[in-house]
Design a protein around this ligand. Structure first.
Ligand SMILES: *Cc1c(COP(=O)(O)O)cnc(C)c1O
Length: 455
C-alpha cells in the first residue's frame, strides 16, 4: 500500500481524474464511486469492508470465481519467462498456440481456428471485416451488408456499437456506420402481442428472410446475434427461433455469426451457447469467460468454411492487434479453461447448479411484481410487470430496475438491471446456499418495489 498514500482520498482523486465507461460523470461524482478492494470466491469487498455477494460475476465474466491463485501463478511464471511477444511476422508463443488448440477442442467439428483479440468489441470488429473479405475472395464483393438485431449488444467500438441495437448508443457518434440493418429481437414478453411464444419466435426469425429479400441476397454478408441477448436484458428466445434463423442463413447463403462473448465457455451448461440451441455458426466472437476476466483477451472462432478461403485464397489479412494472442493473457486463459475442465464446471452448470438456479429463480414468479423469471444455465432474466395477465409493464421501466437494484446493493447483493428486467449471471462455483441467499435478497428488493410504487 506504500504507493497509495492517499487511499482514504480515492473518491476525490477518482472524481478529478477518472472518466468511467457508460456513466453519467456528473451524477457519479456527486454520489461518489464505490471502491472495490478485494474479492474471494463469489464475494467482493469495498473499502469500508462491506461484503457483497456478486451475482453478476463481475461483468458476466468471472466464471471460475475470484481468488484463483493458480491463474495468478501461471501468469506470474509466464511474465518472468516471456512477458510479451507478438504473433505477427511469422511468430507465435507457446501459450497463444496452445490456447487456440484448447479452445478448438470444445467447439465441435467445424470451428477449428481462432483469431485473437483483446476484447469482445474487437472480436466483433474482426469478424465484420472477415465476413466481407471472405465473400470478396469468393468473387462476390457486393456481399457486404450485415443484419443485426435491435437491443443487441456487440461492444463499444465503431463496428461493435453499430452492430449493437441500442438507439441511445447510436445517437452518440453518428452510428450505425453504413451497411448494417437491424431487425426485431425475439422478446416475446414485451413485443409478442397475442401470438404464442412459438409463433412469435418464427415471426421474428422470418424478419431475417424479409430483410435479406429487401437488401438482395447478393448484397448480404452475414447475420449476427447473441444466442441469448445479455445486456439487452437476458432475452431468452422462444425454442422456434434459432432453428429457423439457421435454416434461413443456410438457404440464403449468408454467414451466421453467434456472439458468444457471454454465452461461451459454459454459462448455458454447454461449452458454447450455439450448442445449447443446436446451431452451427460460421464465425463466433468470444471474450469474457475465456479468461474469466483475470486478464483481457478475446477472439473469433472461425469455421473451416471461412478459414479455408482465408488460408487458400486471401493472401494477407491486413488486420490484427499488437496484443493479439498476448502470452500472459493466453496463459491466464489456458489455466482458466483447465480449471473449468478439471472441476467439471460446464457439467456442474448443466446438471447441478443450473437446474437448482432455474428452480429458485422460477419461484420468484409467484411475486406480485414479477411477470416472468426465465433462465438457461446460470443466466437469468426477471421481468417486472404491473399486471401478470395482460403483461402490462411499468410506465418508467428504468426507475423500476434501479429501485430494485439499489435495494439489493444496500443489502449486500450485486445484481444488474436493464430497464425493468433484473439480470443474474453468477460464477459457476456458487453454492446452493449462496444461490438461496441471492434469491431471498432479490425477493426483498421486489417487496420494496411493491411497497414503494404503484406504477
Ligand atoms: C461484453 C460484450 C461484448 C463486448 O466485449 P468487450 O470486451 O466489453 O469489448 C460483445 N458482445 C457481447 C455479447 C457482450 O456481452
Amino acid at each position: 500500500m506504500t504507493d497509495m498514500p492517499l487511499l482514504s482520498n480515492l473518491d476525490a482523486i477518482d472524481a478529478a481524474h477518472h472518466l468511467h465507461p457508460f456513466s453519467d460523470m456528473k451524477k457519479l461524482n456527486a454520489a461518489g464511486t464505490r471502491i472495490i478492494e478485494r474479492a474471494e470466491g463469489v464475494h467482493i469487498f469495498d473499502n469500508t469492508g462491506k461484503r457483497y455477494l456478486d451475482a453478476f460475476a463481475g461483468l458476466w465474466c468471472v466464471n471460475v470465481g475470484y481468488g484463483r491463485t493458480e491463474i495468478a501463478d501461471a501468469t506470474h511464471q509466464q511474465m518472468q519467462e516471456l512477458p510479451y511477444y507478438n504473433t505477427f511476422f511469422g511468430t507465435t508463443t507457446p501459450p497463444a498456440t496452445l490456447l487456440a488448440q484448447k479452445i478448438a477442442s470444445h467447439t465441435g467439428d467445424t470451428l477449428n481456428r481462432v483469431f485473437f483479440t483483446n476484447s469482445g468489441s474487437e472480436a466483433n470488429d474482426t469478424w465484420f471485416r472477415m465476413a466481407r473479405v471472405y465473400w470478396k475472395a469468393l468473387g462476390k464483393p457486393n456481399k457486404t451488408q450485415v443484419i443485426a438485431r435491435k437491443n443487441a449488444y456487440h461492444g463499444s467500438t465503431i463496428a461493435g456499437a453499430s452492430l449493437g441495437g441500442m438507439r441511445w448508443m447510436h445517437e452518440q457518434g453518428n452510428l450505425p456506420i453504413p451497411g448494417i440493418s437491424h431487425i426485431n429481437q425475439p422478446y416475446w414478453y414485451a413485443e409478442g402481442g397475442d401470438l404464442t411464444p412459438a409463433e412469435f419466435g418464427l415471426k421474428v426469425a422470418r424478419e431475417l428472410d424479409e430483410k435479406i429479400e429487401e437488401l438482395g441476397q447478393d448484397n448480404v454478408a452475414a447475420f449476427v446475434a447473441e444466442p441469448i441477448q445479455g445486456a439487452g436484458g437476458v432475452i431468452v428466445p422462444p425454442d422456434t427461433y434459432w432453428p429457423e434463423i439457421a435454416r434461413i442463413c443456410r438457404e440464403r447463403n449468408i454467414l451466421l455469426v453467434c456472439d458468444e462473448v457471454i454465452c461461451g465457455f459454459g454459462r448455458l451448461g454447454t461449452w458454447f451457447g450455439h450448442q445449447h440451441y443446436g446451431v452451427e455458426p460460421d464465425l463466433a466472437p468470444i471474450a469474457k469467460g475465456l479468461s474469466s476476466g483475470y486478464l483481457p483477451i478475446g477472439g473469433v472462432l472461425v469455421s473451416d468454411r471461412v478459414a479455408d478461403v482465408m488460408v487458400e485464397e486471401l493472401g494477407d489479412f491486413y488486420h490484427g492487434f499488437t496484443y493479439s494472442g498476448h502470452p500472459v493473457c493466453a496463459a491466464a486463459a489456458l489455466k482458466n479453461l483447465r480449471i473449468i475442465e478439471e472441476e467439471g464446471l460446464v457439467e456442474r452448470v448443466r446438471d447441478d447448479i443450473g437446474p437448482y438456479f432455474a428452480e429458485a429463480w422460477k419461484s420468484l414468479e409467484d411475486h406480485e411484481v414479477v411477470g416472468e423469471a426465465v433462465s438457461v444455465g446460470l443466466m437469468g432474466g426477471l421481468q417486472m410487470a404491473v399486471d401478470k395477465a395482460t403483461r402490462r409493464r411499468y410506465a418508467k421501466p428504468d426507475d423500476v430496475g434501479t429501485l430494485v437494484r439499489n435495494h439489493c446493493l444496500e443489502n449486500g447483493l450485486i445484481m444488474r438491471a436493464t430497464g425493468d428486467r433484473m439480470l443474474a449471471s453468477p460464477a459457476f462455483t456458487i453454492t446452493h446456499s449462496q444461490l438461496d441467499e441471492m434469491v431471498e435478497t432479490l425477493r426483498k428488493g421486489l417487496d420494496h418495489l411493491r411497497d414503494a410504487v404503484g406504477e
